[in-house]
Design a protein around this ligand. Structure first.
Ligand code: FAD
Length: 543
């Protein structure tokens, strides 16, 4: 833990880390003078992108900088559930669960292409929790917030239920309830697109180097991946750096943070599809934690997650053998066919940037968010985000602006995001399947599975990619998995995609489906031999 203090000597800012004092050189604060933006947002995860959308839509000028790709870290490493969080009821997190349950229904309407209902089966295990306790939890879950589209929970006997095929015969009864699935990294990109369409500037591969107050403004130095530095001025700054929120405060701003983040690692494994049905399982473990097994990308099952205290570099987080074993054992305890580490096709890990409430163990740390605001009275405003869920990003953004605007002394538009579709989500009646049927009818010469994938990923914007195409060949080079040049060009032009990994793993999950040479072919296409990092505008976002 850093103990920080600021000294101003010859204009320099110093940071003390244990016995080391590092100077943030005064030279970093160059003088590319420009007119200030209202809001400089650090971090292109779900919270930074969500705040950018809300703020830009209220009329603030916004610059968002993300040191890597959008959703490069925690926001692409989640279990991908828009959920109230049944488990959090045990920790009396009623405020969070109610807010999250309310958001479920809203988000379903805002983005019916990337968010859809998912049924969960909870096998009853007397050794973990008595049935009355689970029933009481589900009753609360059903009633804490109004449900419009999602069904209520039910007690079930597995005899006639399809779950009986997968479960060991000892598990004869249980419960079902509904939550939602979300394509997490696409949710981030759609928020960034919505922000950009309201005038925000989104700069990926650009990091905050340092910032300091200068009068009523922040003077901040940002640096792109080529090493080019620029000084920008902002009336307020949002620190939405997720696991780096503390580092931004101490190392980049030279501040002594009163609140701290508790980093908790969570890992997932992906195995070949364990069963054909569309429902997911929520499985209780002897340590009182729960693990999900969720149908994933048609051919796979996603299993996660773990809760491990973490103190290393968030960018280097990887699954351990113990975590893989834990996840395999969690599923094998319930399923007739055991899952072993040899079945793992791929894994991923992320770091939860939780607000440190001093809870004893990692699973008990609050999942609720805390927003810390400083400034006002002639000082520029600073808002730092601690914690937060994918599910609650929209509400978090609203709360962030409610706290920030008075400190900035600004009166701009009221909250507007609750009933506005995200890009591509403008489907009549928020009915994805009705929209899919119209696309299928419009493009009879294109493969149904391809149209389904595009409609899911881009919603109504898929027609921008398809244009007047009649057959797949009209969409240019096919890189494998029906990823065509037209789609790649769209991702580069409108979604800030720059590398094969951006495209295959964050804008889509095609990495799981394409042949081995796709990444190399894409790399050659994105950066033809003999070109510099940016090729003739093709790699630049075009609005
Ligand atoms: C294993 C796991 C499972 C989860 N499952 C769910 C779930 O099912 N449902 C749910 O609702 N939530 C879930 N969550 C929680 C959710 O994923 C996180 O709360 C959320 O993604 C955090 O978003 P963020 O924007 O705060 O952080 P991040 O996504 O990490 O974004 C912060 C960004 O800041 C950038 N940054 C850092 N420093 C700088 C700098 N100096 N300059 C520029 N940029 C910088 C980083 O590169 C990073 O991209 C899960 C989390 C984990 C880890």
């Amino acid at each position: 833990m850093f103990i920080n203090f600021r000294l101003r000597t010859f204009g320099g800012v110093f940071r003390r880390s244990d016995n080391k004092i590092q100077e943030i050189s005064p030279d970093v604060f160059g003088s590319d003078s420009e007119s200030p933006v209202d809001l400089l947002i650090i971090g292109g995860g779900i919270n930074g992108a969500g705040i950018a959308r809300d703020a830009a839509g209220r009329g603030l000028s916004v610059l968002l900088v993300e040191q890597d790709d959008l959703a490069a870290h925690t926001s692409s490493a989640s279990t991908k559930l828009v959920h109230g969080g049944l488990r959090y009821l045990e920790y009396y997190e009623f405020r969070l669960v109610r807010e999250a349950l309310m958001e479920r229904e809203r988000l379903l309407k805002m983005a019916p292409h990337i968010i859809w209902p998912l049924e969960f089966v909870l096998p009853h295990s007397k050794a973990q929790r008595p049935a009355w306790m689970v029933r009481a939890g589900l009753f609360l879950y059903d009633h804490l917030a109004k449900r419009e589209r999602l069904p209520a929970s039910k007690a079930v006997r597995f005899g006639p239920h399809a779950a009986a095929k997968m479960l060991k015969p000892a598990y004869r009864r249980g419960f079902t309830y509904a939550d939602c699935w979300v394509e997490d990294s696409r949710l981030v990109v759609l928020n960034a697109m919505a922000a950009a369409s309201c005038g925000a500037e989104i700069r990926t591969r650009t990091r905050l180097v340092a910032a300091r107050p200068e009068g009523a403004l922040w003077r901040a130095v940002i640096q792109d991946e080529s090493g080019r530095r620029e000084t920008v001025f902002a009336r307020a700054m949002v620190n939405a750096a997720g696991p780096w929120v503390g580092e931004i405060l101490s190392a980049k701003l030279g501040r002594n943070a009163a609140k701290t983040v508790r980093m908790v690692k969570g890992s997932h494994i992906i195995v070949r599809r364990l069963y054909d049905e569309d429902f997911a399982f929520i499985l209780q473990n002897p340590d009182k934690r729960i693990v999900f097994a969720v149908p994933y990308e048609h051919e796979f099952t996603l299993i996660g997650t773990t809760d491990i205290p973490y103190e290393d570099d968030p960018a280097q987080v990887v699954i351990s053998d113990e975590e893989t074993n834990y996840l395999c054992e969690s599923v094998s305890r319930y399923f007739r066919h055991p899952v072993t580490p040899a079945d793992v096709v791929r894994s991923y890990s992320g770091v939860r940037p939780l607000f440190d409430d001093q809870a004893e163990n990692a699973s008990a740390v609050t999942r609720d968010y805390v927003l810390d605001v400083e400034g006002g009275n002639g000082q520029p405003a600073l808002l730092s985000v601690f914690g937060g869920k994918i599910t609650t990003f929209r509400k978090l953004a609203e709360h962030a602006l409610e706290k920030l605007l008075p400190v900035m002394g600004r009166k701009v538009g009221a909250g507007w995001t609750a009933a506005t579709a995200l890009p591509g989500g403008d489907m009549r009646g928020a009915n994805f399947f009705a929209y899919l049927a119209t696309v299928m009818a419009k493009y009879p010469g294109l493969p149904a599975a391809f149209l389904h994938r595009l409609a899911r990923a881009y919603g109504t914007l898929c027609e921008r990619i398809l244009g007047d195409a009649v057959t797949l060949a009209d969409l240019g080079e096919n890189f494998g998995g029906d990823l065509t040049a037209r789609e790649v060009d769209y991702l580069v032009a409108h979604e800030w995609a720059r590398t094969p990994e951006d495209i295959l793993w964050r804008r889509s999950k095609l990495a799981l489906h394409v042949p081995e040479d796709t990444a190399a072919r894409l790399a050659a296409y994105l950066q033809p031999p003999g070109t510099a990092t940016t090729s003739a505008g093709r790699l630049r976002k075009a609005g």
